[in-house]
Design a protein around this ligand. Sequence first.
Ligand code: ZN
Ligand code: ZN
Length: 373
Amino acid sequence: MASSCTGNCFVCGQQASQWCSKCSEGLDKDGNPAPTFYCGRECQAADYKKHSKGLCKEANARKQLYRGAQLLQDLFYAYREAAFDLKIERAEITDGKLHVFEAYFDHRAEDNGPLFPFPDDLVPDANDKKALLSFLACQEVPGNMAELIKKILDGICDFNSGVHELDYVPKQKHWRISRTQGNVLDTNVFRHAAIGISFLNGDQYVVDPAGAQCGQYQAIVPFADYRQEYFEYLPNFRKFGRSAEMQKNILNGSIRDQLGPRFDFRVSFVQREVSKTMTFTVNGWEESHEKPLANVLNQKQAEFQKDRDDILDVVTKHMRLTVQWWEMPEGPKITYDEVRQGDGSVDVYYKVEDAKGSWPPEMDEMYEMMRRE
Ligand SMILES: [Zn+2]
Ligand SMILES: [Zn+2]
């Protein structure tokens, strides 16, 4: 720590330049550094019992939470970039917001897709890119990242009573993005999905990896601040796991009727595979390094950053390989049957044909390599 790091002794209030080393990287409620200063050994010893059970523990729990939320957001962006599913033909800034022109795309009639490279040339601004990566994708956070969310947030608080899925109408003034699909301006008022988390000490937060679409770029925000700024009305608090269940029902066809005729199952299939790769790779990393994510998040800053970069790097590689696999001739195929109903409408039934080859060999190799390292 720099020499400018001084404060008042927590016990006697005198100026102090020493601090508890156990929580030197701990955070306050707003995510700011919050070291506890002591003028010397005597004051620290007097406070030791209370501090180690109280402030010290809380500051470190918040560090773990803020880092975990940031990791979830980094993973979300990497996942969306690997599995981007909008065919953007043009983009412009209108009234300070990003407006995208999306080709109306019937995957049944086209040979390419369901995924497309992210259009970096059309959307060069970093924040616009985040907005577009999260556009219409917020549900994929609780839907496709549930296991990772549980792994990262569990253990910081009492998971089952403390974590919820939030579903809400955001204030439209913050909304960052609009689209024309085909020739039609999309006038839907979109809802937004995020995660709410409560600590036993009363702290409440919104973990919001996909908030960029409604102008909220931070991975985590204290609940009270979030409520003030972003909720139009109070959100629905839903049981954690609901979106993952929904995702399952989309893929097994049991809620087909609710999804509408244009719903593209191919996207859901491939994205599920990519998200499975994300989870599988994180699990593999933990195993091969014999280091659970909770330990990764609790390390000193430099080691944490090194591991985080490594995790993101290998997850990104594996997700790209998974997408390539679905696009290879020997990869799995999604096919469909069209059944004409009595009223003239057409129902589409999708199914996945198993791959001709085995799981991409490069990926097995990479996983093996990672285990040996
Ligand atoms: Zn003192
Ligand atoms: Zn401490």
